[in-house]
Design a protein around this ligand. Sequence first.
Ligand code: 4NP
Length: 161
Amino acid sequence: MTGAAAKTRVLFVCLGNICRSPMAEGVFRDLVERAGLVDEFEIDSAGTGNWHIGDPPDQRAVRAAAARGIDISGQRARQVRASDFEAFDHLIAMDGANFETLARMAPGNRAGRISLALAHVPGKGRCDVPDPYYGGPEGFERALDLLDEAARGLLNQIARN
Ligand code: 4NP
């Protein structure tokens, strides 16, 4: 083989792209960096909705991630687009509603690239990462705990393949 191996491209998707998927992007990037694999990945996040395009992550998400040593303050929200199904190998949905929206958008042969975040965690395969937007700070902690598990499971799975 010649040339560098292709990067593995991962897109995390939630509804607004200001709470869960920015945290997911930050947690996964942090894990990949600590594993020394940053050059092998392209990592991004997006929302199925359009309300927050161009916005930074929710301050509660920024603070909760910062408390774990993860800086997500530079991210800006964008909406999922059809070309994401070509540009990314894995589209990781935070909940079942996000999954269904992506599945409806996916070109014919691309739906197989979509998975639920917690499908990468043994025993939690059908669970959602609950939306913390309308709740208190504990929802952001819970989301980060789940996303930490999801990130480890996803990286292990990619590394095996
Ligand atoms: P996210 O949370 O999908 O985790 O980014 C939400 C953020 C904003 C809204 C809904 C969910 N909203 O309706 O504006």
